[in-house]
Design a protein. Structure first.
Length: 232
Protein backbone atom coordinates (compact mmCIF):
# COMPACT_ATOMS: atom_id res chain seq x y z
CA UNK A 1 0.00 0.00 0.00
CA UNK A 2 1.38 3.41 -1.04
CA UNK A 3 0.10 6.77 0.21
CA UNK A 4 1.20 9.16 -2.55
CA UNK A 5 1.64 7.03 -5.67
CA UNK A 6 -0.82 4.58 -7.18
CA UNK A 7 0.03 1.66 -9.45
CA UNK A 8 -2.35 -0.18 -11.76
CA UNK A 9 -1.49 -2.83 -14.34
CA UNK A 10 -3.72 -3.47 -17.33
CA UNK A 11 -2.76 -5.39 -20.47
CA UNK A 12 0.99 -5.09 -19.72
CA UNK A 13 0.73 -1.32 -19.24
CA UNK A 14 1.53 0.08 -15.78
CA UNK A 15 -0.09 3.42 -14.95
CA UNK A 16 1.71 5.26 -12.15
CA UNK A 17 -0.06 8.31 -10.70
CA UNK A 18 1.47 10.88 -8.34
CA UNK A 19 -1.05 12.29 -5.86
CA UNK A 20 0.45 14.53 -3.18
CA UNK A 21 -1.51 17.65 -2.43
CA UNK A 22 -2.12 20.84 -4.36
CA UNK A 23 1.36 21.07 -5.92
CA UNK A 24 1.89 17.32 -6.28
CA UNK A 25 5.18 17.98 -4.55
CA UNK A 26 8.04 15.51 -4.70
CA UNK A 27 9.14 14.60 -1.19
CA UNK A 28 11.37 11.77 -0.01
CA UNK A 29 8.25 9.67 0.57
CA UNK A 30 6.90 10.36 -2.92
CA UNK A 31 10.24 9.59 -4.56
CA UNK A 32 10.54 6.37 -2.56
CA UNK A 33 7.08 5.31 -3.68
CA UNK A 34 7.86 6.20 -7.29
CA UNK A 35 10.87 3.90 -7.11
CA UNK A 36 8.71 1.16 -5.61
CA UNK A 37 6.23 1.58 -8.47
CA UNK A 38 9.04 1.40 -11.02
CA UNK A 39 10.30 -1.77 -9.31
CA UNK A 40 6.86 -3.31 -9.83
CA UNK A 41 6.78 -2.19 -13.46
CA UNK A 42 10.14 -3.87 -14.06
CA UNK A 43 8.90 -7.06 -12.45
CA UNK A 44 5.73 -6.90 -14.56
CA UNK A 45 7.79 -6.12 -17.71
CA UNK A 46 5.34 -3.34 -18.40
CA UNK A 47 5.28 -0.22 -20.52
CA UNK A 48 4.86 2.68 -18.08
CA UNK A 49 2.51 5.66 -18.16
CA UNK A 50 3.60 8.21 -15.55
CA UNK A 51 1.08 10.94 -14.74
CA UNK A 52 -0.20 13.26 -12.02
CA UNK A 53 -3.38 14.89 -10.79
CA UNK A 54 -5.76 16.74 -13.13
CA UNK A 55 -4.22 20.16 -13.71
CA UNK A 56 -0.77 19.41 -12.35
CA UNK A 57 1.88 16.81 -13.02
CA UNK A 58 4.22 18.22 -10.37
CA UNK A 59 5.36 21.61 -9.12
CA UNK A 60 8.74 20.19 -8.12
CA UNK A 61 10.41 19.28 -4.86
CA UNK A 62 8.54 19.59 -1.57
CA UNK A 63 9.51 23.05 -0.31
CA UNK A 64 8.97 22.05 3.33
CA UNK A 65 11.76 19.50 2.96
CA UNK A 66 13.95 21.80 0.86
CA UNK A 67 13.75 24.54 3.51
CA UNK A 68 14.89 22.34 6.41
CA UNK A 69 18.52 23.11 5.60
CA UNK A 70 21.24 22.78 3.00
CA UNK A 71 22.03 19.16 3.86
CA UNK A 72 18.38 18.14 3.72
CA UNK A 73 17.84 19.97 0.44
CA UNK A 74 20.92 18.37 -1.08
CA UNK A 75 19.79 14.91 0.00
CA UNK A 76 16.41 15.39 -1.68
CA UNK A 77 18.03 16.68 -4.87
CA UNK A 78 20.36 13.68 -4.96
CA UNK A 79 17.48 11.21 -4.62
CA UNK A 80 15.57 13.09 -7.30
CA UNK A 81 18.51 13.10 -9.69
CA UNK A 82 18.91 9.35 -9.23
CA UNK A 83 15.23 8.90 -10.08
CA UNK A 84 15.55 10.84 -13.33
CA UNK A 85 18.69 8.87 -14.14
CA UNK A 86 16.71 5.68 -13.58
CA UNK A 87 13.92 6.87 -15.86
CA UNK A 88 16.44 7.74 -18.58
CA UNK A 89 17.76 4.16 -18.54
CA UNK A 90 14.53 2.31 -17.74
CA UNK A 91 14.44 -1.01 -19.62
CA UNK A 92 10.84 -0.55 -20.80
CA UNK A 93 9.26 2.44 -22.54
CA UNK A 94 8.08 5.24 -20.24
CA UNK A 95 5.40 7.69 -21.37
CA UNK A 96 5.01 10.94 -19.48
CA UNK A 97 1.35 11.96 -19.44
CA UNK A 98 1.74 15.56 -18.27
CA UNK A 99 -1.62 16.32 -16.70
CA UNK A 100 -1.07 20.09 -16.34
CA UNK A 101 1.73 22.17 -14.85
CA UNK A 102 5.24 20.70 -14.76
CA UNK A 103 7.72 22.98 -13.02
CA UNK A 104 11.30 22.39 -11.84
CA UNK A 105 11.66 18.69 -10.93
CA UNK A 106 8.33 17.99 -12.59
CA UNK A 107 9.80 19.31 -15.84
CA UNK A 108 13.04 17.37 -15.30
CA UNK A 109 11.01 14.17 -15.14
CA UNK A 110 9.45 15.05 -18.50
CA UNK A 111 12.97 15.52 -19.85
CA UNK A 112 13.90 12.01 -18.71
CA UNK A 113 11.18 9.75 -20.11
CA UNK A 114 10.82 8.31 -23.60
CA UNK A 115 7.74 10.13 -24.86
CA UNK A 116 5.83 13.09 -23.43
CA UNK A 117 2.20 14.13 -23.92
CA UNK A 118 0.85 17.41 -22.56
CA UNK A 119 -2.62 18.88 -22.49
CA UNK A 120 -4.11 22.06 -23.91
CA UNK A 121 -4.80 24.86 -21.48
CA UNK A 122 -3.26 27.62 -19.40
CA UNK A 123 -0.50 25.47 -18.00
CA UNK A 124 3.14 26.26 -17.28
CA UNK A 125 6.13 24.03 -17.98
CA UNK A 126 9.77 24.80 -17.37
CA UNK A 127 12.73 25.21 -15.07
CA UNK A 128 12.27 28.09 -12.64
CA UNK A 129 15.36 27.52 -10.48
CA UNK A 130 17.22 30.70 -11.46
CA UNK A 131 14.05 32.77 -11.10
CA UNK A 132 13.63 31.68 -7.47
CA UNK A 133 17.27 32.13 -6.52
CA UNK A 134 18.64 28.62 -6.96
CA UNK A 135 21.84 27.96 -8.89
CA UNK A 136 21.15 25.07 -11.24
CA UNK A 137 22.81 21.83 -10.14
CA UNK A 138 25.19 20.00 -12.48
CA UNK A 139 22.84 17.08 -13.10
CA UNK A 140 19.98 19.42 -13.93
CA UNK A 141 22.07 21.30 -16.48
CA UNK A 142 23.01 18.08 -18.27
CA UNK A 143 19.48 16.65 -18.17
CA UNK A 144 18.28 19.84 -19.84
CA UNK A 145 21.14 19.93 -22.35
CA UNK A 146 20.46 16.31 -23.31
CA UNK A 147 16.80 16.82 -24.25
CA UNK A 148 16.02 20.48 -24.86
CA UNK A 149 16.25 21.97 -28.33
CA UNK A 150 19.58 23.84 -28.54
CA UNK A 151 17.88 27.18 -29.17
CA UNK A 152 15.91 26.76 -25.94
CA UNK A 153 18.61 25.39 -23.63
CA UNK A 154 19.96 28.84 -22.73
CA UNK A 155 16.49 30.38 -22.53
CA UNK A 156 15.29 27.63 -20.20
CA UNK A 157 18.30 26.96 -17.96
CA UNK A 158 19.92 30.41 -17.76
CA UNK A 159 16.88 32.66 -18.21
CA UNK A 160 14.31 30.40 -16.48
CA UNK A 161 11.83 30.86 -19.30
CA UNK A 162 8.48 29.17 -18.65
CA UNK A 163 6.49 27.72 -21.53
CA UNK A 164 2.92 27.06 -22.50
CA UNK A 165 2.16 23.45 -23.49
CA UNK A 166 2.54 24.34 -27.17
CA UNK A 167 5.78 26.21 -26.51
CA UNK A 168 7.01 23.26 -24.47
CA UNK A 169 6.79 21.10 -27.59
CA UNK A 170 9.10 23.46 -29.48
CA UNK A 171 11.46 23.67 -26.50
CA UNK A 172 11.66 19.91 -26.00
CA UNK A 173 9.77 19.35 -22.76
CA UNK A 174 6.88 17.67 -24.60
CA UNK A 175 6.41 15.73 -27.83
CA UNK A 176 2.74 16.52 -28.42
CA UNK A 177 -0.29 18.23 -26.90
CA UNK A 178 -3.84 16.87 -26.82
CA UNK A 179 -7.16 17.90 -25.28
CA UNK A 180 -7.26 17.17 -21.56
CA UNK A 181 -9.94 14.51 -21.94
CA UNK A 182 -7.75 12.67 -24.43
CA UNK A 183 -4.57 12.49 -22.34
CA UNK A 184 -4.85 8.98 -20.94
CA UNK A 185 -6.48 7.51 -24.04
CA UNK A 186 -3.62 8.87 -26.15
CA UNK A 187 -1.08 7.60 -23.61
CA UNK A 188 -2.62 4.14 -23.71
CA UNK A 189 -2.70 4.21 -27.50
CA UNK A 190 1.03 4.91 -27.54
CA UNK A 191 1.65 2.31 -24.84
CA UNK A 192 0.00 -0.37 -26.96
CA UNK A 193 2.14 0.67 -29.92
CA UNK A 194 5.28 0.53 -27.76
CA UNK A 195 4.31 -2.94 -26.52
CA UNK A 196 4.99 -4.19 -30.05
CA UNK A 197 8.65 -3.24 -29.77
CA UNK A 198 11.24 -5.88 -29.04
CA UNK A 199 11.94 -4.97 -25.44
CA UNK A 200 15.42 -6.45 -25.36
CA UNK A 201 16.36 -4.36 -28.39
CA UNK A 202 14.64 -1.30 -26.88
CA UNK A 203 16.54 -1.58 -23.61
CA UNK A 204 19.91 -2.29 -25.20
CA UNK A 205 19.56 0.46 -27.79
CA UNK A 206 18.51 2.94 -25.11
CA UNK A 207 21.59 2.14 -23.04
CA UNK A 208 23.90 2.16 -26.06
CA UNK A 209 22.61 5.46 -27.41
CA UNK A 210 22.72 7.11 -23.96
CA UNK A 211 25.94 5.56 -22.67
CA UNK A 212 27.95 8.77 -22.64
CA UNK A 213 25.07 10.78 -21.22
CA UNK A 214 24.41 8.30 -18.41
CA UNK A 215 28.09 8.24 -17.45
CA UNK A 216 28.10 12.05 -17.41
CA UNK A 217 24.95 12.08 -15.30
CA UNK A 218 26.53 9.72 -12.77
CA UNK A 219 29.52 12.06 -12.46
CA UNK A 220 27.25 15.08 -12.10
CA UNK A 221 25.18 13.45 -9.35
CA UNK A 222 28.38 12.64 -7.47
CA UNK A 223 29.73 16.15 -8.02
CA UNK A 224 26.49 17.70 -6.78
CA UNK A 225 26.66 15.55 -3.65
CA UNK A 226 30.26 16.52 -2.97
CA UNK A 227 29.72 20.23 -3.59
CA UNK A 228 26.72 20.25 -1.25
CA UNK A 229 28.57 18.49 1.53
CA UNK A 230 26.95 15.07 1.36
CA UNK A 231 30.14 13.07 1.07
CA UNK A 232 33.23 13.08 3.22
Amino acid sequence: MMDFVSYTLDDDVATIVINNGKANALSHDVLEELNQALDRAEQDKAVVILTGQPGIFSGGYDLKEMQKGMKEAAALVTVGSKLTRRLAAFPFPVIGACSGHAIAKGAFIMLSVDYRIGIEGNFKLGLNEVAIGMTMHHAGIEIARHRLAPAHFYRSVINAEIYSPEGAVSAGFLDEVVASDQLLSRANELAQAFRKLNMRAHAQTKLKSKAGYLELLDRCIEKDSESLGLTG
